[in-house]
Design a protein around this ligand. Sequence first.
Ligand code: CMP
Length: 139
Amino acid sequence: REAEHGLQLKNLVELFPIFADLDAQAREDLLLLFRPRTAAPGERIIRKGDRPDAAYFISKGGVQVSVGGREIPLGPGEFFGEMALLSGARRSADVTATDYCQLLMLDQREFRTFVARHPRLREHLDELAAQRSAMNRDG
Ligand code: CMP
């Protein structure tokens, strides 16, 4: 299957430092797993308390994570929706588009299989998720 999101292999790591440790084959696999999705300003992409369906990587635009009365902006090269997939919990926050966004979605099944095969990626994702949830606890 050909990747339809227009992201090229050489741009993957430039845009998403989290994938820097992956070898060329793994990066190619990943490009085939991503599904493109757009979002318009004001669109809620994730609702707190929902069961997770996918993780989202931002290639253009921006979103706002609303948690504990705070708003945390995320932009190109960042990602969201990974925490519930890693932990098995419900969604920890609302996530709303603040601009027109181009997102790359990774469905939970593919996400879980992929990170299970790439332990260093899993470690980095776990570290970031731990920082994010600590931030949410400490307010
Ligand atoms: P998840 O819990 O699946 O859904 C909500 C998402 O918001 C969460 O995954 C993270 O990707 C993101 N998120 C939650 N808390 C923070 C935070 N403190 N900083 C940045 N992103 C966060």
